[in-house]
Ligand binder design. Sequence first.
Ligand code: ADP
Length: 944
Amino acid sequence: MENSDNTNSNAVRILIVDDHPNTAAMLARVLGKFDVPVEVLTACSAEEALELTNGKLVDVLITDFMMSGMNGLDLIEKLKGENQPIHTILITAYDTPGLRISAKQLKVNDYLVKPVQPEKIREIVGRVLVEIRPQLTEVASSSSAQRSFRILVADDNPDNVRLLSVRLHSEGYEYLTAMDGQETLDRIRSDNPDLVLLDVNMPKKDGFEVLLEMRADQKISHIPVIVVTAARIAAKDVREGLTLGADDYVTKPVDWRELSARIRTKLRVKQAEDELRNRTRELGVLPELSKDLGERLDVEELTRTILTRSISALSAMNGYLVIFHPDGSITQQMHKIFDISPWTWEELRNQFTSEGIIPQLINQREGVILDDVNESENWVSIPNDTTRSAILIPLLGRRDVLGVLSLTHEQPGFFKPDHLKLLQAISSQAAIAVENAQLFAIERKRVNELVALNQLTHQISQFTHSNELFDQIPEIVRNHLGYPTVVLWLKDNAGIKLHKMAGEENAPRQSLMEIAPIQAGTTGQAAQISGAIDERTGDRFGTGKPPIISSIAVPLVWQGKVNGVISIHSQRSSAFQESDRVMLETLSSQIGIVVERIGLFESVEQEQKRTTAVLRTAADAILVLNSSGELQLINPAGEHLFTDVRTKVGFPLPSKKGYDGLTELVDKARATGTLEKGEILWPDQRTFSVLIAPIEEGGQVAVLHDVSHFMAINRLKNEFIATATHDLKNPIFAVLGYSDLLTKVGTLNEMQTDFIRRIKSSALQMQDLVLNLLEMARIEMETDLKKGRVDLRTLLAEIGDEFQNQAQLKNHILLTELPEDPIFVLGDRMRLQQVVRNLLGNAIKYTPNGGKIQLKGWVVNEKVKVEIQDNGFGIPEDALPHIFEKFYRVYSEATQDIEGNGLGLAIVKSIIDQHGGHITVESVAGQGSCFSFILKLDPDSIPN
Ligand code: ADP
């Protein structure tokens, strides 16, 4: 029956009221032992109970109903209000509905009917304890963790100190001592004890001063203090001590049993409070951590934060975090950097990631606590590291282990299972943050890559020669995309050959580099290798570690076949990812496009060079004019043409400088949009045969061929013909004259008469030929016509009349159809007469007897059109194109006896051409022919 007076503010107070003292004692025994501190009070009557609890709070009330004096319900009623217990149990021997209802009204928690098993009550109270002091029960259940407490004994009396120290030691506590107030405070601050036994009367500072300072200092204010006072202490002092924050007090001489009980109680509470404080701090870590980590997308910064946060959450001394990135790179972070020589940080990373506890953790995917790293075979000890215990946890990503977090402490066994739970929570948050940061990094990398690719594409598209492109592409790619080594391979009949490499300093041996490109070159597919290459050939076989390489090779395709390979290389394994291959493939297709474009460009350029060469060496002058008549291009021969004026590209041809013949022809060609030919006389008296052809895009090309030479020959020829024919003319006239005279000077026999007729006929033919030849030569030699105003209507009418007789001889009907008004043209009357005579003569000649011949003339569109139509033999289709050529005659059975020399139509055409007119023929063999020509009217004769 622990009816002790002491005030234990943390103990749960249980009051048992029963008028059977044995029952109360029995219950008190059953309820006196819980893990939680409880204070059990017993009373034999309600009145005694009220006296006992006067002013004191009762947590649990267990009362019998039937008692002498006040009954249980009345007691419950009396305790209502401020002093109402948290939990009330009413026990009765008689269960009546009325009682039940009253109990209910009074909010009795448990209504038990006798006989009641004490275990039942214990069970109820146990449950209640958990409810009202959850933290205590939890502490109690975990307090079995054998932690040793440190107690500071502050007393200026060495005897007291020794006595207490011995006692404390025998109870398994660690202890510290202090002999005065100041030392007490110093030790509290430096050693952070779990409890202080504080003597009031001490030199330098008395106990109350120490207490006052302790409570004011946040770092040590939580440490419980039991004030040890002199036996006759004034109530005032007790009050003062308690007001100042003493947790308890005992009087001297100290009853060790009592002090020990109180120390135990205080320490339990302290431990519970510590745990609570830790838990609160730990719980605070997570939301803060998630906020902190969520804000960080930079992996470096993130790893630092994770490390710092977890170290402070677990009060660890140091920590190491390693993160494996998807691109194969590794980030490592050490919280407190110390001298690890002779190791380097890279060595440390390699050690940690290749062997020992970290790879083990990656496999297990579970955290681990190492109480003493010296006893763990897997622990990799870093030089100069003072670590004794460690806690490690893997960071689990959605697919892979992202990394490992390791926290260390110099104290063995520092980390507890609870730490592991907390670290698990931290690591899962950290894993999410790391994964996000990695995703972000990938995303950012991708964006950067796209930007780089864009710039790169722009740069390579500037090339105009494939050789330059091939030479520079590796360096450009390396600059933009930052690959360690970039190689361009070109394919010829023998296979893939290294053309150009950038980043040679990072390159593996060529035999290793070739592997992927050869594969890509032969298959036409991207090839990727990563990791150790098992070389089965060469001197390396069997010696040392196999070399490590990462390569991606992508074929370069243009004009439908693989022409090369572009490849990237690194001497690390897994240096490249899928995205790099995609990148390289995009690049390869861009290169293909550029090369094809360059090919076009080069062929155009070659074409241009050829054209330029042709133009430069051509003897003919070649001029290209645009649609507005401005000169676009002129070859050297063309430049020589314009001797006195400068012809400038971009300007029209010079006018009024004697080149107007050319400009007129150009204008004509532009107006008609067709090909124009002509001969023009140049100011320097040269003659050019000019061809003006339209260009599809608009404008024209003019080709001027110097025909002065031919003209000279032609002139010579014509002069010769003229002289010769002129000289022949007179003897022929003589022959004709004498053959006429012969018949008159005497009688001739029949045979003589026939001979003379034959002589005359031949002479006439010769005369005809000679006259025609002479005429032809004259026409061709005459560059300027003797032009005058000619009335074509009258001219036609007269010639029509002139030929009537001739027509009648062959029984033809010759019809003339002419307008009444005169038709004036500017021309050479004699020559125009000759045109009509030749045409009308042919019509009569080449129409069998009894034919019909029509001569028509009329005005249309400021022009006159003349038509001579017959229904004679006609001209076969194949002869039509040649009909105006000199000496051309059609030979057919019907016309073979008709005499002629094939010059008539040639003369006609020459005259019409010289008049700026145009002659055409339509004819169907056996049906007849129609010759027609057009001449411009005399402009003066046109009314307005
Ligand atoms: P020719 O002295 O032979 O008549 P031309 O130059 O006048 O020479 O005529 C050339 C040829 O054209 C003639 O030989 C003839 O075959 C053909 N020819 C000319 N006019 C006619 C026509 N009206 N009908 C049929 N054939 C014609």
